[in-house]
Design a protein around this ligand. Structure first.
Ligand SMILES: Nc1ncnc2c1ncn2[C@@H]1O[C@H](COP(=O)(O)OP(=O)(O)OP(=O)(O)O)[C@@H](O)[C@H]1O
Length: 277
């Protein structure tokens, strides 16, 4: 085990926060790849939404997925998270977990969290309560605010509040937060489940420039310990966070590389009619 791997193992959240342990299933990342998508096909009434799609995401990566409307980005996320069944292909979490065998709840339990574009926080509850309810619902018990938290659970919520930058807003009603703050709270709610892989759909849509910058910092800070896949149309934002960008087109991967490589790729330029993607 390399020094980096050893450090990651020791710092794993379920080691630091023992109450998270029962959510952690060993994922074999001995080949550094956390998510394998191979030969994925899905047709809707003869229309190929996914067309022999191959995608490999390394453990700890922050990957951006871009592509025009209808390129297949949402459909791909739906298949990975078990929301939609594909016609053929394979999706593996690490070397050995076949996600196509699992349903949505099992996939979430394995540590794959998905954030949809529209924030879905409990508006009538405080920021703290939202995180608390997420923590409890992850423990597969009827979520209730009446059950008391352990001091470790308090500390964990505190750490997540710090990560999402809402420590000062902990007692505010979620409904009174700004749009950007609601998005961060929802990311925090996902973090309560200690996800290994976070799939984030258009995080900066509707945000102010400052909120977008803060979101870039947040997602960048989550990568490394976690793996983050971001679907985004805002190219400035993609440029600010992405090391590797994957371009989808008509259900397949058209190109992959750094933002500069993507913007100079003749296939990408042709598809986008000479405009910057
Ligand atoms: N349930 C469905 N039934 C029929 N067609 C569908 C269904 N879901 C998706 N499609 C089609 O599959 C194609 C891919 O859609 P998808 O939503 O994955 O694209 P996208 O890249 O996420 O686009 P956008 O950026 O607009 O969200 C589109 O042409 C869409 O109309």
């Amino acid at each position: 085990m390399s020094l980096l791997e050893t450090t990651r193992e020791v710092m794993r959240r379920d080691q630091v926060w023992p109450f998270l342990q029962d959510h952690e299933q060993q994922v074999d990342i001995s080949h550094q790849v956390l998510l394998y998508v191979e030969g994925l096909n899905l047709s809707f009434d003869g229309f190929k939404a996914l067309n022999d799609l191959n995608l490999y995401i390394n453990d700890g990566e922050l990957r951006c997925l871009i592509g025009a409307n209808g390129a297949g980005k949402t459909t791909l996320m739906d298949v990975i998270t078990g929301k939609t069944r594909c016609d053929s292909g394979m999706v593996y979490f690490g070397q050995s977990i076949n996600l196509l065998d699992k349903d949505e709840a099992e996939i979430a339990q394995l540590g794959i969290g998905r954030k949809f574009q529209k924030p879905t926080v409990f508006e009538a509850h405080t920021v703290m309560d939202n995180l608390e309810l997420s923590l409890k619902s992850n423990k597969s018990v009827m979520p209730t605010l009446l059950a008391t938290l352990t001091s470790e659970e308090y500390d964990f919520i505190d750490e997540v509040l710090e990560t999402i930058g809402l420590k000062g807003e902990r007692m505010m009603l979620a409904g009174s937060l700004s749009h950007g703050q609601k998005q961060w709270l929802e990311i925090g709610m996902l973090l309560m489940a200690n996800p290994r892989l976070l799939l984030v759909d258009e995080p900066v849509a509707g945000m102010t420039v400052q909120e977008g910058e803060r979101t870039a910092e947040l997602l960048t800070s989550l990568a490394g310990e976690r793996t983050v896949v971001v679907v985004e149309h805002d190219m400035e934002f993609v440029r600010s966070i992405a090391r590797t960008v994957t371009v989808l087109h008509q259900g397949s991967v058209l190109a992959e590389g750094s933002m500069d490589e993507i913007q100079n790729n003749p296939d990408v330029i042709e598809v986008y009619l000479g405009e910057a993607p």
